[in-house]
Design a protein around this ligand. Structure first.
Ligand SMILES: Nc1nc2c(ncn2[C@@H]2O[C@H](COP(=O)(O)OP(=O)(O)OP(=O)(O)O)[C@@H](O)[C@H]2O)c(=O)[nH]1
Ligand SMILES: [Mg+2]
Ligand SMILES: [Zn+2]
Length: 298
């Protein structure tokens, strides 16, 4: 008899599948490998059916069509992609107020990657037990104005986590962001009894040490899943068309038609309605700066 489950972890060619609260060690049915044309026949997040062997292990028989895919280019295979996770519906960009320092530009890059990957974006700022810089108020206003939920939390003290979990319980969320910002620590806080590995911050560089090495899904007691990930760089980001960068900034939309020049890049042109809106405080400065820095980084 086949049962339905979700792949929560990969181990080379084997997978852990979670079915009705229980976890099964599974191999893939040989035929399946043959059918799948992707470089990744089974990925974390896949909804699968398994049959059970007498020894309690399982065999993955079918993989359901994927609603979403989070990919990176496959090593050594030009034009092919490796699927890092399937069926996620939300990307939480995690930053920390300090240690490592907050990088607003990186948050905005992830938000663009989320939109390109059709994941709903949210922002989580961790380590608020360390300090509360004034920029947090600006971030809150700026992201709330474009309907991106933002949460200020401490994985260390638990502050803000009750609010956050209400959101996460309704989704399958990938936590992304710098190494060391506390993604794994936050998951440990959200799931009592879980004790996944967290790392130190290098004193010399103030950076994390890339403790998490693979994507893994964890079921939240309140419902929903969170996926821990290694301190990922933004993937697929280079594919955006530079001329369309402003389309990823919803707060710029009302002004785009009002610039004096068609094809205005909002950087140096006279009569730029976007720049005027920034000067009047109608577009947050931090968002405009990230726009310019992303433009320049091509
Ligand atoms: N003060 C404080 N420290 C925290 C908090 N959350 C995490 N840390 C510390 O930050 C360090 C890094 O945490 P991790 O959870 O390993 O960070 P990560 O984002 O998973 O890092 P990678 O797996 O390398 O991507 C650890 O020493 C944690 O104890 C917090 O809310 N406050
Ligand atoms: Mg980690
Ligand atoms: Zn302009």
């Amino acid at each position: 008899m086949a049962v339905e489950g979700t792949v929560i972890r990969g181990h080379g060619k084997s997978f852990i599948v979670r079915c009705q609260g229980q976890e099964f060690f599974c191999e893939i049915r040989g035929k399946l490998k043959f059918i799948a044309r992707s470089t990744t026949p089974v990925a974390v997040g896949d909804n699968v059916t398994i049959t059970l062997n007498a020894d309690g292990s399982g065999i993955i028989e079918t993989v359901a069509e994927r609603a979403t895919m989070f990919c990176r280019p496959a090593k050594g295979l030009i034009g092919r992609r490796q699927i890092l996770a399937a069926n996620l519906d939300q990307l939480a960009v995690v930053g920390s107020v300090a240690n490592p320092a907050l990088k607003v530009g990186l948050i905005d890059r992830f938000l663009i990657a989320a939109e390109m990957g059709r994941l709903k974006p949210i922002v989580i700022i961790n380590k608020i037990d360390l300090e509360r810089p004034a920029i947090l108020g600006e971030l809150e206003r700026g992201y709330t104005a474009i309907n991106i939920p933002i949460y200020f939390v401490s994985a260390k003290t638990g502050e803000g986590c009750d609010e956050l979990i209400k959101n996460l319980a309704d989704h399958k969320t990938l936590l992304g962001g710098h190494s060391g910002c506390g993604k794994s620590a936050l998951i440990n806080r959200l799931i009592p009894g879980l004790d996944i590995k967290t790392g130190e911050i290098s004193e010399a560089t103030e950076r994390g040490i890339h403790t998490t090495t693979h994507i893994e899904l964890f079921a939240l007691p309140q419902g929903g899943f969170v996926a821990d990930s290694p301190g990922l760089k933004v993937m697929g980001f280079m594919e955006i068309d530079k001329e369309r960068l402003d389309s990823y900034y919803p707060e710029m939309h009302p002004y785009l038609e009002k610039c004096r020049f068609a094809g205005c890049t909002h950087s140096h042109e006279p009569g730029c309605a976007v720049k005027e809106a920034v000067e009047k405080g109608e577009i947050p400065e931090f968002r405009y700066h990230s726009y310019l820095s992303i433009r320049q980084s091509y």
